[in-house]
Design a protein around this ligand. Structure first.
Ligand code: R5P
Length: 282
């Protein structure tokens, strides 16, 4: 049985379709003090709890559902994290800070038998869990909603760390060049500085690929640099379309042809599903 948190119902439904498992209808109540109560149907066999931890509430709801399915009879609990929040604080960047990704992983571990995580911010985050983790790369599904005809395409990542994703999308597409820009972020102001590579983008279609768009600063800076170099069309493709604040407007103003995201986080740009990739390891 697939059991979804309230924020991840679309990807959970797609997963139920891909696996043939039944999809639970969870009931919700609030206590007078605002605390959440969840209730799931009886479980016979395995429960797959699907939840992107896009907020503290979403994280807590996931923990409650992990506990509920066990109470409801599950003999195995698999936790699917289409998007794992707090993953970008994967080390203590200065004294006194937590390793937030580790703290979150440790909270999830005791009430699950294993974890499936989609495009973790860093592969090493999988080691923070106390249970086996299948870390899957779903970036290839971002090739699906691209137009059927692309002009001499270039698949570009805005920093070196995301070049593997650009390669994955290019490979799924079947043809095109791959390159990356260099990125520096001022962690006091959040400002992003991008140093372009020498790749020739003039009159070519460029697909800028990143694991996550949060504030949109990285993408809009990368696109601004690209636009000075005369590309044909610029597409943004991201596995995790978090889009906080005015991120979507920033991209629109930067001049993109289309923004393509997956359903790890349900947004208007979620044009393709990671469910088939998750289903392969379930
Ligand atoms: C950084 O390492 C990530 O790959 C993304 O580039 C970054 O998290 C995007 O954040 P923002 O949209 O706030 O620039």
């Amino acid at each position: 049985m697939i059991v979804s948190t309230s924020d991840s119902q679309a990807v959970a439904a797609a997963l139920a379709e891909a696996t043939g498992d039944s999809l639970a209808e969870t009931a919700y109540e609030r206590f007078p003090d605002g605390e959440l109560l969840v209730e799931v149907p009886p479980v016979d066999g395995r429960a797959v709890v699907v939840g992107s931890t896009i907020s503290s509430d979403a994280h807590l709801e996931l923990l409650l559902l992990q506990d509920a399915v066990r109470e409801a009879g599950a003999d195995e609990v698999v936790t699917v994290l289409p998007y794992m929040g707090y993953a970008r604080q994967d080390e203590a960047f200065s004294e006194g800070q937590p390793v937030s990704a580790r703290a979150v992983a440790r909270a999830i571990s005791p009430t699950t038998d294993r974890v499936v995580a989609v495009n973790l911010h860093e592969p090493a985050i999988a080691d923070f869990f106390d249970v086996p983790v299948d870390a899957v790369d779903a970036a290839g599904v971002l090739a699906d909603p691209l137009p059927s005809a692309l002009e001499s395409p270039v698949f570009l990542s805005p920093d070196e760390g995301a070049i593997d994703l650009a390669e994955t999308v290019r490979d799924a597409r079947g043809e095109g060049a791959v390159d990356y820009f260099e990125k520096d972020r001022d962690y006091d102001t959040g400002a992003v500085t991008i140093t372009p590579s020498e790749v020739d983008v003039s009159d070519r279609d460029v697909v800028v690929v990143d694991d996550i768009v949060a504030t949109g600063s990285t993408m809009s800076e990368a696109i601004a640099i690209l636009q000075e170099r005369g590309p044909n069309r610029v597409f943004v493709a991201t596995v995790h379309p978090l889009f906080v604040g005015n991120a979507r407007s920033k991209l629109a103003n930067a001049g993109v042809e289309a923004v393509l995201g997956t359903d790890t986080i349900e947004r208007a740009v979620s044009r393709t599903s990671v469910a088939p990739v998750i289903a392969e390891v379930l």
